[in-house]
Design a protein around this ligand. Structure first.
Ligand SMILES: Cc1cc2nc3c(=O)[nH]c(=O)nc-3n(C[C@H](O)[C@H](O)[C@H](O)COP(=O)(O)OP(=O)(O)OC[C@H]3O[C@@H](n4cnc5c(N)ncnc54)[C@H](O)[C@@H]3O)c2cc1C
Length: 490
């Protein structure tokens, strides 16, 4: 049997570290014993085993992978992904999207927005409002996938914009009722959209200072899971911060109330809420919000999911601390596991303050951390005390996790295990996972075109170059289009 953390409440942090240190490609001892040598081959190299049962995700047959995708959609996808891989085109697109042509007013703006809407926006976003987003989710569902609804707003500066965003989030939760049960897997919230960013920075500073000086008193702070670990960098806060002013405390209560309202509505509608992770300057405050909310809503089912970024050196340690605390409190732990998207920002900030980056020194260390954390969470699921969204486009990580899940008997639609990719990215991987019997979601931002522009710019950056994340998709889609053409002609 697998090591089941929940089944053994007396386990110490050291025991958990041992479990976490075990790579994703390792298997429960009884399985290893039953099929000796089968997994040893990739224990060190992190490669799929050359022998033994075939890997669960089969990407070799584009006809099967894209069976539910209409030809027009395939042509559109190939064209967009191909354009996004041509560097000069991406440079031009980024220039146009950040120019006054878009930020200003007038007919030129309408033309550019219209062009973006028909191309890039249509590929990466679910629509302008909840009605269009619901229609896109319906189409995803017909193809066997689910939708994570992300009303795409970026940082809010003040209470009125936070309130406006709150209404949009509540409307998003309500819109899930217009769809058949299960079509929407999660509603996504960014805490930076419901709490003024300057306040989040202040709260994060105060939490860091308290980590450095445990007797430093924070009158507004309620009991929460541990937010920072001993290895979490605290260089962002070099001197003792001023306490929150009465106005800031009042604003903090308002922001917590906003999250409480969203969480309550999600619980009422039985739709899990996933809170995105951002950069380390504000992440401790985001975790404080997330864990307080999880303590309130995750007693019977994991309604609130936080996000863990495996590219951070302290990721494993924080996962263990959090898991121990959740277990002690009898709370189910929901985690969205990602590699992390703010690498340049983090490295630049640390460097400017004379510290080393909080991100793993090599990409392989990030991969290992992601795979180990995924392994840990799969064992939590097996023990009945956790739930995970493995949010990745990395086929190897997916293959390893799928293999472990299959070996633990979890492959056929376990509702505590979800794989997720961004809408418009890694579609072949999503279909491969779905064909292997897993629950798979597309993280789908929606909102007015100009509001979604920062997200589109990030997608443009991520997909640029011939070796981008979309290369496999483009190859498989082109193959499938040729196959369909040949079938139509012959
Ligand atoms: C559904 C979903 C939700 C997401 N939500 C969030 C979120 O809330 N917060 C967030 O921050 N991100 C989020 N992301 C983005 C995610 O963090 C990654 O940026 C993105 O998915 C690429 O990672 P990957 O797992 O797909 O792996 P890959 O395709 O293998 O990408 C690996 C990339 O990791 C980077 N990298 C990480 N560590 C290192 C290192 N030490 N050295 C060099 N390069 C390194 C490199 O850019 C590399 O290209 C989300 C992604 C998905 C699919």
């Amino acid at each position: 049997m697998a090591t089941r953390i929940a089944a053994s409440p007396k386990k110490t942090l050291v025991d958990h570290i041992r479990v976490l240190a075990r790579p994703l490609n390792s298997v429960p001892s009884s399985i290893t014993a039953a099929v000796p040598g089968q997994f040893a081959a990739f224990e060190e190299k992190h490669e799929p085993a050359p022998t033994g049962p075939s890997p669960p995700i089969d990407l070799s047959d584009p006809g099967r992978l894209f069976a539910s995708v209409p030809t027009t959609r395939l042509i559109h996808s190939v064209a967009n992904l191909h354009a996004a891989a041509v560097d000069p085109l991406v440079d031009l697109g980024i220039k146009v999207m950040t120019s006054r042509l878009v930020t200003g007013t007038g007919p030129a703006r309408d033309i550019v927005i219209g062009a973006v809407k028909r191309t890039f926006y249509k590929h990466f976003c679910g629509g302008e409002d909840t009605v269009e987003a619901a229609e896109t989710v319906r189409q995803l569902n017909e193809a066997g996938l689910r939708g994570m609804l992300d009303y795409a707003v970026e940082d809010a500066e003040d209470n009125p914009s936070c309130d406006q965003n709150l209404e949009a989030f509540l409307q998003t939760v309500a819109s899930t009722k217009t769809l058949p049960q299960g079509c929407v897997s999660f509603v996504i919230v960014k805490i930076t959209a419901i709490c003024p960013i300057s306040l989040l920075q202040r709260v994060a500073d105060l939490l860091r200072w308290q980590k450095k000086n445990p007797e430093f008193h924070l009158p507004w702070k309620h009991y929460s899971y541990p937010i920072l670990s001993d290895s979490t960098p605290v260089y962002h806060t070099p001197a003792e911060p001023e306490p929150l002013t009465p106005q800031e405390e009042a604003n903090l209560l308002l922001a917590q109330e906003r999250l409480r309202r969203i969480g309550k509505k999600c619980e009422e509608y039985n739709i899990p809420l996933c809170i995105d992770a951002e950069y380390t300057a504000v992440q401790p405050a985001i975790d404080y919000f997330t864990y307080s909310s999880a303590m309130e809503h995750n007693k019977h089912e994991p309604i609130i999911y936080g996000t863990l970024q495996a590219y951070l050196k302290d990721a494993k340690e924080r996962l263990l601390l959090k898991s121990e605390a959740a277990q002690k409190m009898g709370i189910l732990m929901g985690v969205k596991l990602v590699r992390g998207a703010y690498m340049t920002t983090e490295a630049k900030l640390a460097h400017s303050l004379g510290y080393e980056s909080p991100i793993h020194n090599s990409l392989q260390e990030t991969h290992d951390c992601f795979n180990n954390c995924a392994s840990f969470m799969l064992e939590k699921i097996a023990g009945g005390s956790g739930a995970v969204v493995l949010a990745t486009h990395n086929v190897e990580s997916g293959q390893l996790a799928a293999m472990k899940a299959r070996d633990m008997g979890m492959s056929s639609g376990n509702h505590r295990l979800e794989f997720a990719q961004l809408y418009g990215m890694a579609d072949s991987f999503s279909f491969g996972l779905k064909n292997a019997g897993f629950r798979v979601s597309k993280y789908m931002p929606f909102g007015p075109v100009d509001q979604v522009m920062p997200y589109l710019l990030r997608r443009a950056e991520e997909n640029r170059g011939l070796l981008s994340a979309s290369t496999l998709d483009r190859q498989l889609m082109r193959k499938e289009l040729w196959r369909r053409l040949r079938t139509a002609i012959l």
